[in-house]
Design a protein around this ligand. Sequence first.
Ligand SMILES: O=C[C@H](O)COP(=O)(O)O
Length: 228
Amino acid sequence: MNDLGLEMLPEVIDISCVKSNHTLEDLNQMIAAANKYKFICAFALPSMTPYLIEKLKGKSRTRVGGTVGFPSGCDTTESKVFQARQLLEMGCEELDMVINITQLKIHNDEFVYQDIKAVVDTAQGIPVKTILEVTLLTEDELITACQIAERAGAAFIKTGTGWCSEPTEVQHIKLIKSVIGPRTKIKAAGGIRNLSGLLEMQKAGCDRFGISVNSALHIMEEAEKAMR
Ligand SMILES: O=C[C@H](O)COP(=O)(O)O
């Protein structure tokens, strides 16, 4: 890693169980992994977030994050705001929200902006990561989405939910990096499956990685082997 030693890897990994087929066993495996490696943040879908809060909050160095608008992002703004408020009341310390991809595609940029801004305002300083679902976007849509998200106060541009079949690629990170300013960070998520891919994205300017529990454990094993 550039200026980041491999021993610091957990500090840039958000571990997650955010698919509808994740089980309680998966969640418990994620909690154990969080305790073992001290990943920076852990995410579940909203109805399982209270369980994560109960098991991790105040007991682990790993923060608990909340998921807003998963997986489509095409909910009403009011429902996203309600969901964000609920997650913050539960004790979430970060929010990952899916932007309204349909409204982006029909060029309703003002809707996309107000939607993100409403969640950012609700979060009151808690970092909001805006998920663009980059593999569904054209290059022009990706550039526009980055500009809107940044203007609306997003702390991070996040590439995907993990629900799409195509993975985030290093070229997405390079394009995002070329569009955003230095204060906005990038979180790559969706299909990150090995250490070399992660390191390539980190070199391209990625600050955080969202990875499902099994892949995160595999990457940590690779890192441990590389450090021996
Ligand atoms: O943070 C987003 C997703 O959890 C990434 O899921 P994935 O690693 O299975 O692609």
